[in-house]
Design a binder for this molecule. Structure first.
Ligand code: HSE
Length: 431
């Protein structure tokens, strides 16, 4: 049986999961892959901390480059994260002709073009199943299973931390800050939660999915990104009253030769499948030209779901090496292809508006006039009786309107003296 040597860069939570699977699941992997995988070296800046997985100390080193240079190492697994050292090491591995498995979404979203160009030039595989939605084999679905399809849209819940926070806010009627604090205490959110709650992690994943689906590197800077920080419980309540649930969604959609890619809190109908995806789970709906809608659901984070995706890629690349078929499945993101990302102002959706409206005769008419002036048509209005307040929350659901029209209407409404605080706007996804 052929033997392929694996070198691991980064012995953190996921790295330890990979080591565990390789060391304890070797027989099953060998049987399925038709080759033997041997973990030869592990590099980390900290090789003293106990990772909860027994390893032969002789495998450990602080020198990542020596792992890449080791002639017994055939496949490199990069689990360091970040966009500096990890990038240098991945480029060195590719230059050395050694295929790479990475879970590094930030790196691929921000520097993918460079990595794909180098990989193509050197004819070396770079696999990244673990970079998007951890244990869900989504990248493989896009690169292989759906290859016969033009992709109409990809809409998904890509961040478990945000989904957990939103689920708890609704279920336990808690404020955002309270749930975030509890999530940090129980390990569901990072000490610095910005990447997750500000939507950046979702945007990284959306960038990778959009690039794969449309064959060109979507620039991360072109992805309109809003997170869930400060989302008010009152909007969760109003949404439920209207028959919707709020989720942080990534929306990727082909539109007249362009692709729209945006991330923001979004109302989705309660009877839609994605509305029932709770807690830390992720789910992604891919609408293929031939398949119609297909749905992928599972855990998008955590040691073993993510390590499972990493090991799946290791097996794949090991087979490519053992059976001499490098780049058997092309990445599909062509370094020489350029596409257009739609400006957010041109994205058309329905919208939920919560206006803090002065409780005086005639102001409703004024509000309707401003919306009408900007071409925004009202589909429904919800106003609950609130006594003894100068301003009352009025919730408006609009018909489909371009983002730029909605924004100019909101700007004008908020500049008048009929509102007490800035209007809250949440987009509605109609699938
Ligand atoms: N922090 C991410 C999440 C997982 O909460 O889903 C890694 O991207």
């Amino acid at each position: 049986m052929k033997e392929i040597g694996v070198g691991l860069l980064g012995f953190g939570t996921i790295g330890a999961g990979v080591v565990d699977i390789l060391q304890n699941g070797g027989e099953l992997l060998a049987e399925r892959a038709g080759l033997k995988l041997t973990l030869r070296r592990i590099a980390d800046i900290d090789i003293k901390t106990d990772r909860g997985v027994p390893v032969d100390p002789a495998l450990l080193t602080t020198d990542a480059e020596s792992v890449i240079a080791d002639p017994g190492v055939d496949v490199i697994v990069e689990l360091i994260g970040g966009t500096t050292i990890a990038k240098t090491l991945i480029c060195k591995s590719i230059a050395a002709g050694k295929p790479v498995v990475t879970a590094n979404k930030a790196l691929l979203a921000e520097h993918g073009a460079e990595i794909w160009a180098l990989a193509a030039q050197k004819d070396v595989d770079v696999s990244f199943e673990a970079a998007v939605c951890g244990g869900i084999p989504l990248i493989r679905a896009l690169r292989e299973g759906l290859v016969a399809n033009r992709i109409a849209s990809i809409v998904g819940i890509l961040n478990g931390t945000c989904n957990y926070i939103l689920t708890r806010m609704e279920r336990d009627r808690l404020a955002f800050d309270t749930v975030l604090k509890q999530a940090q205490e129980s390990g569901y959110a990072e000490a610095d939660p910005s990447l997750d709650i500000d939507g950046i992690d979702t945007a990284h994943k959306a960038t990778i999915l959009a690039s794969l689906a449309y064959g060109f590197q979507v620039p991360m800077g072109a992805v309109h990104t809003e997170g869930i920080r400060g989302l008010a419980p009152i909007d969760i309540e109003y949404a439920l009253d209207l028959g919707y649930r709020i989720k942080l969604l990534a929306v990727i959609r082909a539109m007249d030769g362009e692709v729209a890619v945006h991330v923001h809190p979004t109302l989705i109908a309660l009877d839609h499948l994605l509305a029932s995806v709770g807690d830390v789970f992720n789910a992604v709906l891919i609408d293929g030209e031939r398949t119609g809608p297909t749905l992928y659901y599972g855990k998008g984070a955590g040691r073993y779901p993510t390590a499972s995706a990493v090991v799946g890629d290791v097996v794949d690349l090991a087979r490519n090496l053992a059976f001499e078929s490098p780049r058997r499945v092309p990445v599909g993101i062509r370094p020489d292809r350029h596409g257009r990302v739609r400006e957010m102002g041109g994205v058309v959706m329905r919208h939920y508006l919560r206006v803090s409206l002065l409780d005086k005769p005639g102001v409703f008419g004024q509000l309707g006039t401003v919306l009408g002036k900007h071409g925004v048509s009202i589909a429904s209005v919800l106003q609950k009786e609130v006594r003894a307040d100068a301003y009352v929350p009025v919730v408006i659901v609009t018909h489909r309107a371009a983002e730029k029209n909605i924004q100019s209407a909101i700007d004008e409404i908020d500049a008048t003296d009929i509102t007490g605080s800035p209007t809250v706007r949440i987009r509605i996804e109609d699938f």
